[in-house]
Write a protein that binds this ligand. Sequence first.
Ligand code: FAD
Length: 558
Amino acid sequence: MAVVEPPRTRVYGTHEVLNQAPPLEGGNLYARNRPLVEAVHREGGAWAESRLMELGEVVGGEPREWGTLANTTPPILRTHDRYGNRIDEVEFHPSWHELMKIAVGYGTHSLPWREPGPGAHVARAALFITYSLAEGGTGCPISMTYSAVPALRAQPELAAEWEPHLTSNEYDPRLVPVSEKAGALAGMAMTEKQGGSDVRANTTVARPLNGGGPGAEYEVTGHKWFCSAPMCDVFLVLAQAEGGLSCFLLPRVLPDGSRNRFHLQRLKDKLGNRSNASSEVEFRAAWARMVGEEGRGVPTIIEMVNHTRLDCTTGSATGMRAGVAQATWHAAHRSAFGKLLIEQPLMQNVLADLCVESEAATIAAMRLARAYDEVAAGDEQAALFRRLANATLKYWTCKRAPWHAVECLECFGGNGFVEESGMPRLYREAPLSSIWEGSGNVQCLDVLRAMVKSPEALEALFAEVDEGAAAEPRLAEFSADLRRDLGSDAETMQTRARRLVERMALALQGSLLVRHGDEAVADAFCASRLSGDWGQAFGTLPPGVDFARIIERHRPAA
Ligand SMILES: Cc1cc2nc3c(=O)[nH]c(=O)nc-3n(C[C@H](O)[C@H](O)[C@H](O)COP(=O)(O)OP(=O)(O)OC[C@H]3O[C@@H](n4cnc5c(N)ncnc54)[C@H](O)[C@@H]3O)c2cc1C
C-alpha cells in the first residue's frame, strides 16, 4: 500500500515579534520617582525613607497585576441574601482586598495620626503616591479614612471611640460592630441628586432621639446620590437638623451587631475608578450621632474635605508620574524610521514636556503636604498658605491630568488605545480628581472667597512665589503681571477666575522648580509656562531646552 505523505505546512514566519517594547515590570516605584524622593528629603519626610523604599519595592511587583484584575472584575452589589433579607453588601475581587491590605498595612491612611510630628503628612503623601502607582481605586477609601480623623476630632468622645480603629494598620473587611474589628475604614456622604457642589440644598433630614445636640443620637432619613466605598465601616454624612445642615457619624453596623438602615440602591457604572464601588444609598431612619455643632455641618466636614483635596492633587501627580514612566519606557524601546522614538527630536519634545508637567505637579503637591505638617505644629503663616494653595493646586493639577494622560497614551501609538497597555485605565481615571471634593469651578470660586475673606492668604502664597522670583526674572515678571490682574476689575473676577487660579498655580510651581527642581526642568517650565514660548498641546517646548537630560531624569532605568 502506498504511503500518503501528509501535506507539508509552510511556515510563513508571520508571527515573529519585533520592535515591541518589553513590559515595564518590577523595579522600585519609589526609588525611581526622583522628583518625589528629592521632595521627601527636602520637605521633612526623610525619616520614612526605609518604609517608602520597602513599599516602592512591594508595589512594583504583583500589586500591579492585582490592580488590573480589580479593575477588570468590578465590584458586585448584593442587596439581599438568598432568603430575601437585606444585606446591602458589595462583593469585590480578591485582588481588591490584597491591595487594601498593603495600603492599610503601610499606614497610607493613618501615618500622621499614629506618628504625629515633623514630616508626617509629607511621608504619608509619599506613601500614598507610591502606593497609588499600582492602583488608583483603592485610594478612595484610604484617603477618606485619613481625612475623616481630623473632622471626627470635633466630637472628642466619638473620636475616642473610632480613632483607634480608623488608625489601625490592620485591614479588616468584615461588617461587624466596630468593637470587634481589628481596623476600620471611613467614607463620606454629602452629594444628593439635586446638588453636590451646593450641599446646602441637601434634603436628608436628621431627627433627634433624645433631645439632640453635639454627640447625641439621631435618626437620619434621605438619599445620597454618590457614596463611594460603601463597605466602609462608618460615614460622615450631612443632613438637615432643626438648627440647619449638620454633620453626623453613621456606622454601617450598630453596636448590637445588627445592620444600620443603610440601603444600597445601585452601584454607579463609572467611566473609570472601576475597582472601587460608588453607590446610591438611602438612609431609612438610620442611626447616627451628631459630630460638631448643630447647623455647622459644612465647616465640620470641610476639615475632612481639606485632606481629601490634598489627595486629589497628589493623586493627579501620581497619574502623571505613572504616564511618564510608561511613555518614556516605551519610547526608549520602540523604533520608527530607523531610530528609537526617544531619539526623535519631536518625540523628545513631547516626552520632555510631559516630564516637566509631572515634576511640577509632584514638587508642588509635596510642598502642599508640608503645609499640613506645619499647620499641625501651629504655624499660622502655613495655615494661610495652605488655605489658598490647596484649592489652587487641586484646580490646576487635576485639570492638567486628563490632557497629560491622553498624550502619554499617544506615545504608545495604537498600543496605547488597547486595554492591555494599561494606558486606557490611566486615561479613564484622570478626570475624576477634578470632579470630586469640589469640581474645577468650585475650587476657583473657593480661591476667590478665600482671597476676599483673608487677603493675608494671598500674601502668604506670594511670599512663597517671591522666593523663586528673586532668582528668576521670568518668574518675577509673571508674578508681577498676576498681582496686577488680581487687583483689577473686581466685577469680572468670577468670569476670570480660571485664568487667575491657573496662573497662581503656575507661579507657585515655577517658584518651587526654580529653587528645588532640576535646572533643565525649571528652565523649560519658565520658558513655556511662564514666558509663553509654548503651543497649546504638549510637545511644544522651544528649541534649546535640554530634552535629553529632562527625559533621562524621569525615565525608568532598564
Ligand atoms: C466617582 C465619583 C465618586 C464620588 N463619591 C462621592 C462620595 O463618596 N461622597 C460624596 O458625597 N460625593 C461623591 N461624589 C460626588 C462629587 O463630589 C460631586 O459629583 C461633585 O461635588 C459635583 O457635584 P454634582 O455632581 O452635584 O455637580 P453640580 O454641583 O451640579 O455641578 C455641575 C457643574 O457645575 C459647576 N458649578 C457648580 N456651582 C457653580 C457655580 N456657582 N459657578 C460656576 N460653576 C459651578 C461645577 O464645577 C460642575 O462642573 C462622587 C463623584 C464621583 C464622580
